[in-house]
Design a protein around this ligand. Structure first.
Ligand SMILES: [Ca+2]
Ligand SMILES: [Ca+2]
Ligand SMILES: [Ca+2]
Length: 452
């Protein structure tokens, strides 16, 4: 080795420390796998959880470095004792497993593993319901639809036709008059729910064995039945019934990730997620949601029903950077007391993005095919935005998810609350439509002017 090279190596060592020596000299590292354990991210609450009690077995999601193939991930995990694999995901480099606590130390030794996460429980984000037979008579028909200005677009013939909204929820009762077909004529075969699936063990279809999913589906896309009294935002949109919550309205994060993956594969234009659980902006569920957006799908999530600032962190995946995060507003056009607030405690981002009607919203009742009930929660606000996204996508099919979300935010009506509570304000889908229209006209004009 020349003197020049030796002295420049010495200089590098002085600057960068001894870790550069093996890389430059080709000799093995002095200490085997030093720093390896620090490289694997272990969800902080998981370590805490294990210090306090040893739970055996545990539901986990293991994420891998991006260059590890689908097959390798399954192979690596099945070589570790006591691991049972539930699902190897495509949408994120992750695997859902059950493992014993000793798994964590073993997995930390693997150079392929990137993170170990709790497969958190998520739950539906509605907070009340009432069987509102009497309320029905007094309610102003489609009041919430008028608030967000959807009827103005229906008059222009924009009703969600050709758009597909995936409802990740307790399932859908597709026999309800508001959700059974597109034209409310039983003589013609034109189903609204075009595909169904369940990721809840022990259930085989996407049929709603609760009430929550049918209610949110009716808000996003119900026809309102022959009377059209309680129409949804995009009454001619079609639906995917993706059951990820049990009849008791809870689910696992891994079921929701599976639901997102399935929805992207089955042609969803919009994914509507009225559920949430504790998490981080980079947790597996948030990453799956962001990946769906990167694949061109609008993803809408509920901000949650934990009043107060910073409470948005209880709502994964709504806190994911690319998800449209929806808080709840009232019929009097103020922010609902229960609606979760930002900023995000992990990166100080401002969420929610917008608010939409979420108090005493009337929609389809899964227990009775011609009845409608009232429910409240950011669960009910979310499908108002999902349906609105479908309307905008019908009108402007080339829109990217970020254009849809920017247009809804830029045109939202300021309700006078601070942005950590109302985001940009209460959505007005007709204003959002006009904003995009103006932009399209302007950019089309520019292109035409530039033509030779
Ligand atoms: Ca019908
Ligand atoms: Ca029909
Ligand atoms: Ca957001």
């Amino acid at each position: 080795m020349s003197l020049l090279l030796k002295s420049s190596m010495l200089l590098l060592i002085l600057i960068f420390g001894s870790s550069l020596v093996p890389a430059l000299g080709g000799s093995p590292p002095a200490q085997k796998s030093q720093g390896r354990t620090e490289d694997v991210f272990v969800e902080p609450s998981l370590s805490e959880y294990m210090r306090n009690q040893s739970i055996d077995p545990m539901r986990l999601i293991v994420t891998f470095r991006s260059d590890v193939s689908w097959e390798q991930r399954a192979q690596i995990l099945s070589s570790i004792e006591g691991v049972s694999i539930h699902r190897v995901f495509n949408i994120i480099p992750g695997v859902s497993i059950t493992a014993s606590p000793s798994f964590i130390e073993k997995a930390k030794e693997s150079k392929y593993v990137e993170g170990i996460w709790i497969d958190h429980r998520v739950k539906a984000l509605s907070n009340s319901e009432s069987i509102a037979y009497s309320y029905r008579a007094s309610a102003t028909s489609n009041y919430d639809m008028q608030l967000i200005n959807a009827p103005a677009l229906w008059k222009l013939g924009v009703d969600g036709s050709g758009c597909v909204i995936a409802m990740l929820d307790t399932g859908i009762n597709w026999n309800h008059e508001s959700l059974d077909d597109l034209d409310d004529d039983p003589a013609t075969d034109d189903p609204k729910v075009i595909a169904k699936v369940s990721f809840v063990p022990g259930t085989v279809s996407g049929f709603d064995d609760d009430r929550h999913g049918t209610h949110t589906a009716g808000i996003a896309a119900g026809t309102g039945g022959p009377s059209h009294t309680y129409m949804g935002v995009a009454p001619q949109a079609q639906l995917l019934a993706v059951k990820v919550l049990t009849e008791d309205r809870w689910g696992l994060e891994s079921w929701v990730i599976a639901g997102i993956e399935w929805s992207v594969k089955h042609g969803a234009d919009v994914i509507s997620i009225s559920l949430g659980g504790t998490g981080y902006p980079n947790d597996p569920l948030s990453r799956a949601s962001n990946a769906a957006v990167e694949a061109g799908v609008v993803v809408v999530g509920s901000a949650g029903n934990h009043p107060g600032y910073y409470s948005i962190s209880y709502a994964s995946p709504a806190q994911a950077t690319k998800v449209i995060t929806v808080g709840a507003s009232t019929r009097e056009d103020s922010v609902a007391r229960f609606s979760s607030g930002g900023p995000n405690p992990y990166d100080f981002r401002g969420d929610p993005d917008v608010v939409a009607p979420g108090v005493r919203v009337m929609s389809a009742d899964a227990r009775n095919q011609t009845n409608y009930i009232s429910m409240s929660g950011t669960s009910m606000a979310t499908p108002h935005v999902s349906g609105s996204a479908a309307l905008l996508l019908e009108a402007f099919p080339d829109s990217t998810p970020s254009l849809i979300s920017s247009a809804l935010m830029a045109s939202a009506v300021d309700l006078g609350f601070d942005s950590y509570r109302q985001g940009s304000g209460r959505i007005d889908v007709y204003k959002a439509y006009n904003l995009i229209l103006e932009w399209v006209n302007r950019t089309t004009g520019v292109e035409a002017a530039e033509l030779p």
